[in-house]
Each structure stands twice: as structure tokens, then as C-alpha cells.
Design a protein around this ligand. Sequence first.
Ligand code: BES
Ligand code: ZN
Length: 482
Amino acid sequence: MSKVTKDIEAPLAKVFSYIDENKGKFVETLSQAVAIKSVSADPTLRNEVFKMMEWAKTKLLALGAVVELCDIGSQVLDGKNVPLPPVLLGSLGKNPKKTTVCLYGHLDVQPADKSDGWATEPFVLTERDDKLFGRGSTDDKGPVLGWLHAIEAFQNTGSELPVNLKFVFEGMEESGSIGLDKLLMKQKETFFNDVDFVCISDSYWLGTEKPCLTYGLRGMCCFGIEIEGSSKDLHSGMFGGIVYEAMSDLIYVLSQLVDIKGNILIPGINEGVEPLSEKEKELYNKIKFDVDHYCNEIGAYKPLKETKEELLMSNWRYPSLSIHGIEGAFSGSGFKTVIPRKVIGKFSIRLVPNQDPSRIAQIAKAYINKIWEDRQSPNKLNIITEGDGGNPWMTDPFNAHYLAAHNATEMVYSIEPDYTRGGGSIPVTLTLQEVTGKNVLLLPMGAGDDGAHSQNEKIDVRNYIEGTKLMAAYLHEVSKIK
Ligand code: BES
Ligand code: ZN
């Protein structure tokens, strides 16, 4: 890897030292955040998400920001009305001579339980071998705290904050950001009217060594295939051979969605997907990515594609379909010789530019209905589509904003960043681009092996601390754009 040496410009030297000196304190703050079980998917933990948003408000107030927790109503979950956590909108500084940067992050997390196979308690931040293990450490509490600590570092070293800041922190990202778009759209002419750039730190490096700048994300559409076969669960001895079974129907339908090579079997699914240009192909050649190492890391037997380029494209620029689970099916250990009365198969499709979530939902439904017709089952089918789905997002990274982040990366890591896309989704990305009319940059803090959404999620101390410096350096660099 070719080394780049960049001078650390005036206020940043002090800021960087402050960040190094306060490492212990910053780790402690992360452990406070991780201890709050802000799982957005679990209605019984909704109060923890509220607590998390209050916690963030207190932190921002201490930095001198003006903060509002905006009520966005409620949702229906498991048949009950559940209040949505408020969205935090904040601002710090309004000097008309300074650039205004809007920062987005999420403070909710995926569910986690020690019994899922964690080596440590998921909500107790645990340091081992310079890694900080805990749910939300990398996705996305660590990066959100990185911003707060970068600001603190400017303030406590007597360096003026180089930009005005606006904050959008939410507590529902892991559950599709319900209610967020509507709120943000309403703020287009007010809160967002003076924003010059948007930055999101909620993606990851590809590997563990080389920093990246992310310029694309996939969108997403979620489905439930509900099949009902009887009015109650049945003993398979007494009723096996008597009834059409809902579970067999469901397995049949699910098996028709995607083939062994990961090709989605829904007709028309690839319509509109951008053809690959020579220029784009070149971008992939340059990226450092070791397919075997990547597969070893996750313990997978064989990748779906052979080469680095094919594999990355398959994750970033083509849609994919994943089956997540079956509600209503027996899943405990041992045998329960039951025929479930009703089962719901859950799957999602990751979308790429030009794939509109509502069109995809429509063609997927039509295809499932066709398979159902062929099946000739007397059981009841109901296709559920969840939320509005998230839009895919992509930007041209060859602009002054990305260049500022590129320079900041070189200053902190002494290496040029890779330009990568992400296979995951952050539903609000396109919305933030639209309500501000400005460029959005994704600046990752965590590494590719952090295990977001997985057991033993972690962030390396190096990424947490150097990533905080990167945020400070980015704010410094972006303030210089004319
Ligand atoms: N941090 C991820 C998004 C991400 C994943 C970016 C991988 C780049 C690579 C985010 O917190 C997330 O997990 N989002 C959900 C959104 C969904 C529920 C709409 C996702 O992608 O599953
Ligand atoms: Zn996530």
C-alpha cells in the first residue's frame, strides 16, 4: 500500500492530541450508550429507545447545541399502537460566513441476546485485544459519538469549530426509519434551508486495514408471505395425510424465489439496472479486497461469485434476495410433531438505482400469486409488504466534498481511501439529498469485520479513535470548500 504523508494543519494537531489523551473517557461514553438497550424492533424495549434519544439530547446540550426532540406519532406493532421514538434535530453555530454541515446518525440497534452466541453480554461494552465488543458499538453508536467527541475536541482545545452543524439523529433506522421522511420533508424550507453538505457515518470499510469513502447504498423492499391452512395447530399424527399443510406450501413458494447462484427468479427484476460501463469496471479493479479472506472471516464455505469484481458487483450494483425467517414455525430444539396453522415467510430484496420499491413490490406480488395459482392449494395466501421500503442511493464521488473527505483520510491514515459502495441500506440517505439539494457523503468509521447485526459486534479501538480524528479532519477540510 502506497503511503501518503500529509501535513496536519494548525488546529488539528491539538485536536488530534486531545482525542488521543481522552481515549479512556471516549470508551467510557460508548459503554454508557451501549448499556441502553435501544432495540427499535422490540416494542417492549421502546422506552429504552426514548431514553437513548434523551441521552443524546443531554450530550448535545452540553456541547452548546440547540436541540429539539420531535414527536413523529406512533406505529402499529403486533396489533398494538406503539409510540415512535422522537427524532432529534439540533444545530450548533449559525455563523453565516461558515459552511453548514448536516450530520445524520441512528441510535437504535438490532436485537441481541447472549443466547444468540455472544461471547460477552451484548449490552455491556467489553474491551478485549483492542476491540470494543457490544451491540451498537459500530452500528451506529460509536460513529455518532465520534461526531460529539470531535466537536468536544475542538471546543476543549480552544479551536473554533470550523463549520456550523445540524444534527439529525433517529431511533428507528433498523426498523425502516418509519415517520422520518415525513418530518424531514416538512423541514425542507426551515431546518434544512442553509445546509451545504450532508455527512453520514453508518457504513463500513471493506476490509480491516484500508479506509473507504462510500458512494452508494442499496435500497430495500420487505415481504411477508402469510399462508393459513387451518384454524388451529394440528397433531401431525392425527392430521398428517388429512390436510393441505401451510408450511409445505410456504416452503414451496419460498423455494421459487431465488436459485442456487443467487439469481432472483422474479421476471423483470433486472429491468432498468444500469449496464456496466468501462469506467465503472476500472473502479473495481483498483479496490483492495481478498475474496478468500472475506469468506474465511465469516466462515462461509464458498462465495457465490469467483472473482473480486463479480462478488463486489453482486453486493453493490445488482439486486439480491434473502430469506430471513418463518413466523409461526416451530424452531426450538427437539421435536414438536405439529402442523402449524399459519406461517409467515419473511424475505427482502435489496434494490439498486433505477429500481423503484413500489414497482418491485408489484412484480414480486404478481410472481408469488402466479406460483400460488400453479400450486393449486386450497389454503389462504396473503402477501404482506412492510413499510414503504428504502430507496437505493448513489452519488458521483468526484467532487469537492468527497475530495475533502479524501484529504482528511490521508491526513489521519496516511493512505488514499478506496471508493466503495455498500450492499446495505440507510433509508434516509436519498431523502437527505432531496430535502437539502446538496451532496451526501458516507464516511465510514468501522471495519468490514465489525459484525454489525451479528453476534459479537465490535469496533476496534483504532477505528473508534482514529475515526474520531477523521471526523474532526473532515470538518476542517470541508470548511475550506469555497
Ligand atoms: N449501517 C447499516 C447500513 C449499511 C450496511 C451500510 C452495510 C453499508 C453496508 C444500517 O444501520 C442498516 O443496517 N440498515 C438496515 C436498514 C433496513 C432495515 C431498511 C439494513 O440495511 O438492513
Ligand atoms: Zn444496521
